[in-house]
Design a binder for this molecule. Structure first.
Ligand code: ADP
Ligand code: MG
Ligand code: MG
Length: 214
């Protein structure tokens, strides 16, 4: 079946850093409504470091596992706030879901890595579906990706379905009341606002569909 190469995965991660950097102010605006107005700044700081690190020609990442682990460690060490360790857990656990030394992966393996990543975020943050967090984006996207991979869809079609599910999950956070993270302090006043972390997580899947599906 169709392979996803190390170079493509690197391109995806660079596209993700670019999207977060473009959307920094928007993410901070979303966090201003239900949090402490720093999600854009937090993520941008991390993405600047990730970009530097994975474009450093003196320290190239030789395989998929190292690439993901490097992104994880960079995020954990540079992003303050709740989201840094949670994204770190996603990439760290995803890295563990792949074979050491692999320079390409199948769609099924990508789905497995994302499944591990989701479990890592849930283990660290203890959030379930519908608590108005990044889980509301990642969970349905992983489910859609897995189903599509198992049904034998192409990489492009599977990632398009994952992107759609991620978008629906992100938008669904608008009607939810937060019960995890800072937004939970607002109680029912958190309703009516899109969750910032669910929004940054959407860009993971949006950029994956844009870069890995070709
Ligand atoms: P902080 O809340 O520390 O300022 P950020 O603003 O960077 O950190 O990130 C906030 C986002 O983190 C939220 O919008 C939410 O999506 C996510 N988040 C917070 N707590 C959790 C949790 N326990 N599990 C999953 N995601 C969480
Ligand atoms: Mg915040
Ligand atoms: Mg903060």
């Amino acid at each position: 079946s169709q392979e996803i190469t190390l170079a493509q995965l690197r391109r995806w991660l660079l596209a993700f850093t670019d999207r977060i950097i473009q959307q920094e102010l928007y993410l901070t605006e979303l966090d201003a409504a239900i949090g402490d107005a720093d999600h854009g700044t937090n993520m941008r700081r991390g993405m600047d470091k990730v970009r530097q690190r994975i474009t450093d020609e003196n320290a190239p990442c030789p395989d998929v596992s190292t690439l993901f682990r490097t992104v994880a460690m960079t995020l954990i060490s540079s992003v303050g706030g709740a989201a840094g360790p949670l994204y770190g857990a996603f990439f760290l656990r995803a890295a563990r879901g792949t074979n050491n030394g692999a320079k390409s992966i199948t769609l099924l393996q990508l789905a497995q890595m994302f499944r591990h990543g989701l479990e890592g975020v849930q283990q660290r943050g203890k959030a379930q579906l519908d608590e108005k967090t990044m889980i509301d984006t990642i969970y349905p996207a992983v489910e859609a990706l897995e189903q599509a991979a198992q049904a034998g869809k192409s990489v492009a079609d599977a990632l398009a379905l994952a992107r759609e599910a991620a978008e629906a999950g992100m938008k669904h956070t608008i009607v939810l009341q937060a019960s995890k993270g800072r937004a939970s302090y607002l109680g029912p006043r958190s309703i009516g606002h899109q969750d910032p972390g669910a929004t940054s997580a959407y860009y993971l899947f949006e950029t994956a569909a844009e870069t890995l599906g070709q």
